[in-house]
Ligand binder design. Structure first.
Ligand SMILES: Nc1nc2c(c(=O)[nH]1)N(C=O)[C@@H](CNc1ccc(C(=O)N[C@@H](CCC(=O)O)C(=O)O)cc1)CN2
Ligand SMILES: Nc1ncnc2c1ncn2[C@@H]1O[C@H](COP(=O)(O)OP(=O)(O)OP(=O)(O)O)[C@@H](O)[C@H]1O
Length: 189
């Protein structure tokens, strides 16, 4: 229970910090995301879709990648049962998912081997790749599946939200592979 209270407090703090930082760093973060994707492409390490997200307030808005990159993108769909799936982001109108976020509900579910990179929003991250989200557990539940865990997954957030101290870690927390901030990409060792 103490851990839940600690997480809730950190959520509030990092949410405020992220909102305060975002305007100044958002454009640079997007550029670093593009650089990172180009790095994967050059290395021949990217196939299939790139999973992004429909931004909530305070999250880096990556939607311009749909215009600027000629690569297929996917968006998450949340279910009432706490599940998450990724579907192609096409021209089909989006509809609200279980979290009321616009999502490609009418498109087929993508398998892990159809996604080469997942870009994930976060309130905060620590050096181990432990991520703090809104508390729904969607990404932890999703990445508890070993097949999905193999898909490179990077958080996208301002550098100020990389916690200098380790974040509280619960048994279900699955670390991400790294993050992209205005300083570029960092991978967890
Ligand atoms: N853009 C985006 N999509 C996502 C997530 C996310 O964090 N960001 N999720 C990650 O798990 C899942 C949805 N989970 C969510 C869980 C809780 C809240 C939530 O409590 N939202 C706040 C207000 C958000 C805001 O500031 O606009 C609320 O309703 O009070 C939102 C999404 C899947 N899709
Ligand atoms: N693999 C899992 N199976 C079942 N429940 C899970 C799993 N992973 C996480 N949960 C549940 O999700 C809830 C929230 O987890 P946590 O506090 O770590 O959220 P978060 O990672 O910050 O949020 P989110 O992933 O939605 O952004 C917890 O109550 C936890 O029990």
């Amino acid at each position: 229970m103490n851990q839940a209270i600690a997480k809730a407090k950190l959520r509030r703090q990092f949410k405020a910090l992220r909102a305060q930082q975002l305007p100044a760093v958002q454009d640079t973060i997007i550029q670093q995301v593009v650089n990172t994707i180009q790095g994967y492409l050059k290395a021949g390490n990217l196939r299939g879709h790139i999973g992004i997200y429909w931004p909530l307030s305070g999250e880096v808005d990556l939607r311009e990648l749909k215009l600027n990159l000629k690569l297929p993108l996917a968006l998450p769909v949340s279910g009432e049962d706490g599940s998450l799936s990724y579907h192609p982001w096409t021209l089909t109108p989006l509809r609200k998912d279980a979290c009321m976020i616009p999502a490609p509900l009418g498109e087929a579910v993508l398998d892990a081997d159809a996604i080469g990179l997942l870009l994930i929003p976060a309130l905060a991250m620590d050096q181990r790749g432990i991520r703090l989200g809104y508390g729904g557990g969607f990404f932890d539940r999703f990445r508890s599946n070993l097949t999905w865990r193999k898909v490179p997954s990077l958080a996208v957030l301002p550098e100020a939200c990389i916690s200098t101290e380790l974040l509280p870690r619960d048994s279900w927390d699955v670390p991400l592979d790294g993050w992209i901030s205005e300083r570029g990409v960092a991978r967890v060792k």
